[in-house]
Ligand binder design. Structure first.
Ligand code: SAH
Length: 248
């Protein structure tokens, strides 16, 4: 079981697989006022940077579930590197339907809400692991500006304008799901650059090391087109943020 190989190639060097910088991740950890020993569940935990740094900085206890074998292995290595291997564990598997045995203080899905069929379903899934008074974290894109043409929607790799909401609409929809938005930290364009542009050097190096690989043609095509696509479309039109929610 694994995610499509293209992501394991293009994001192999990422510690954070979303437009947050280490700084933003730390800001979010501080904003949540995490207590030492707080339990955190992270669905789609990637390479584990959130759980590992929060375990180091705030003493949280964490479980991450991720479908990428590579990212899960990297997460375990990162936990060792930061000296928190006794505080966090990473499970390689499908997080769809995953509910923790013990209730958690923070239940997160940061940039992987397809796991619950969209953010509404993911909030429902996370709520099943959450203690009363706990916090749900949702990391989600939104339109920074509404794309005026269909070409721009496609350029942002969205199938339709309805795939994302604007920030006020996204916040309103959390309210309609009976959640208070109690905190939020938003990515900026520099953070988007770290997420997107970091893939380009990874792709270039991967191509040099793997010229005969069956994925080489696809990776070459992406390396050629991605910088221009990203600069013209996603960088201008897409925002991203993590929203802290408490069920009413
Ligand atoms: N939250 C992490 C990773 C976000 S990228 C971070 O912010 O760094 C999306 C992640 O979801 C990837 O790590 C991918 O491997 C994982 N993923 C995709 N489908 C999944 C599924 N069904 N179950 C668990 N993880 C999944």
């Amino acid at each position: 079981m694994d995610i499509p190989r293209i992501f394991n190639i293009t994001e192999s060097a990422h510690r954070i697989h979303n437009p947050f910088t280490p700084d933003k991740l730390a800001t979010l950890g501080a904003a949540l006022r995490l207590a030492a020993g707080a339990r955190v569940l992270d669905l789609g935990s990637g390479s584990g940077e959130m759980l590992c740094t929060w375990a180091r900085d705030h003493g949280v206890i964490g479980t991450g579930v991720d479908m990428s074998q590579l990212f899960t292995e990297q997460a375990a290595l990162r936990a060792k590197e930061l000296g928190v291997a006794d505080k966090v564990k990473f499970i390689h598997g499908d997080a769809a339907g995953y509910v923790s045995d013990e209730k958690v203080d923070v239940a997160a899905c940061v940039g992987a809400t397809w796991i619950g069929g969209g953010f509404a379903g993911t909030i429902e899934l996370l709520a099943r692991s959450l203690r009363t008074g706990g916090i749900i974290l949702i990391g989600e894109p939104y339109w920074r500006q509404l794309p005026p043409t269909e070409e721009i929607v496609k350029g942002c790799q969205a199938t339709a304008i309805s795939e994302f909401l604007t920030l006020p609409e996204l916040i309103a929809s959390f309210g309609r799901l009976n959640c208070d938005v109690v905190e939020m930290v938003l990515a900026d364009q520099d953070g988007w650059d770290r997420y997107e542009a970091a893939k380009w050097l990874t792709m270039r190096r991967w191509l040099e090391a793997n010229p005969g690989d069956e994925m080489a043609k696809e990776v070459r095509a992406q390396l050629t087109s991605e910088p221009g696509r990203y600069a013209a479309y996603s960088r201008e039109y897409l925002g991203w943020g993590v929203f802290a929610l408490m069920p009413r």
